[in-house]
Design a protein around this ligand. Structure first.
Ligand code: ATP
Length: 199
C-alpha cells in the first residue's frame, strides 16, 4: 500500500494547512523534540478511525484539535485527509486514488468521507481491513510498540499475524452475521409469544 499524501489542518500542532507528499521509497521525518513528528503518525492513525484517545496521547478526543499557542487562538475544527494509491486495485473502488477524510468539531460533531463522499466510521474500517493499514495493524509502530509486540501474549501476536494474512475481515463479518442471527432469533421468540397470547 502506497501512501501518497497527507493533508493536515487544525490537528494537534498543525494549525495551518500542511500537505505532506510521500514519494515511493522510504520517508524520514526529522525535527527537534516536540516539533510534531509523532503528531504526523497520530494524524494517520486518527484518519484511519482511531477511537482510543490514549493511543493518540490525549485525554479526550477534543485534544486532537489545535489548542492554540502564544500567537494563535485555538481552532474549532481538525481535518486530516490521507490519499492512498489505488492503481493496483487494492481497494474495490473504481478510482486510482482513494482519499479518506476525518473531521472533528469542538461541538463533538464529526465526519468521515471516502473520496469526499460522507460515510460511516464502519465504512472506513471495512475499507482498510486486511490491507495491512488498519488502525490496529503493524503498519504504524509507535514508540515502545516493538517491546510491546515482543512481549505480547501469543493470542495478541496472533491477532497481528491474522491481520497481515487478511482474515480479519471475515472474522468481523462472521461476528456481525452471528449477532444478526441472534437478534432475529430473539424477534422470533417475541413473535411466537405474541401469537400464543392472541390465539
Ligand atoms: P519527540 O521527538 O519528543 O517525540 P515529536 O517531534 O514527536 O517529539 P510530537 O509529540 O509529535 O513531537 O509533538 C508534540 C507537540 O505537539 C507538543 O509541543 C504539543 O504541545 C503539541 N500539541 C499536541 N497537541 C496539541 C494541540 N491540540 N494543540 C496544539 N499543540 C499540540
Amino acid at each position: 500500500v502506497y501512501l501518497k499524501r497527507l493533508e493536515i489542518q487544525g490537528f494537534k500542532s498543525f494549525a495551518d494547512k500542511t500537505n505532506l507528499e510521500f514519494n515511493p521509497g522510504i520517508t524520514l521525518v526529522v525535527g527537534p523534540n516536540g516539533s510534531g513528528k509523532s503528531n504526523i503518525a497520530d494524524a494517520i492513525r486518527w484518519v484511519l478511525g482511531e477511537q482510543s484517545v490514549k493511543s493518540l496521547r490525549g485525554g479526550k478526543m477534543e485534544d486532537v484539535i489545535f489548542a492554540g499557542s502564544d500567537k494563535r487562538r485555538p481552532l474549532g475544527m481538525s481535518e486530516v485527509s490521507l490519499t492512498i494509491d489505488n492503481s493496483s486495485g487494492i481497494f474495490p473502488l473504481e478510482f486510482n486514488e482513494v482519499t479518506v477524510t476525518r473531521r472533528l468539531y469542538r461541538s463533538g460533531e464529526s465526519d468521515y468521507l471516502i473520496n469526499r463522499v460522507p460515510c460511516r466510521l464502519k465504512d472506513v474500517h471495512e475499507l482498510f481491513m486486511d490491507t495491512g493499514v488498519g488502525r490496529e495493524g503493524f503498519s504504524i509502530i509507535g514508540q515502545g510498540k516493538v517491546d510491546e509486540i515482543l512481549s505480547a501474549k501469543p493470542e495478541e501476536r496472533r491477532g497481528l499475524l491474522e491481520e497481515a494474512a487478511g482474515i480479519v475481515k471475515y472474522r468481523h463479518r462472521k461476528r456481525e452475521a452471528v449477532r444478526k442471527l441472534e437478534d432475529t432469533e430473539a424477534s422470533l421468540i417475541r413473535l411466537s409469544d405474541i401469537i400464543s397470547e392472541l390465539s
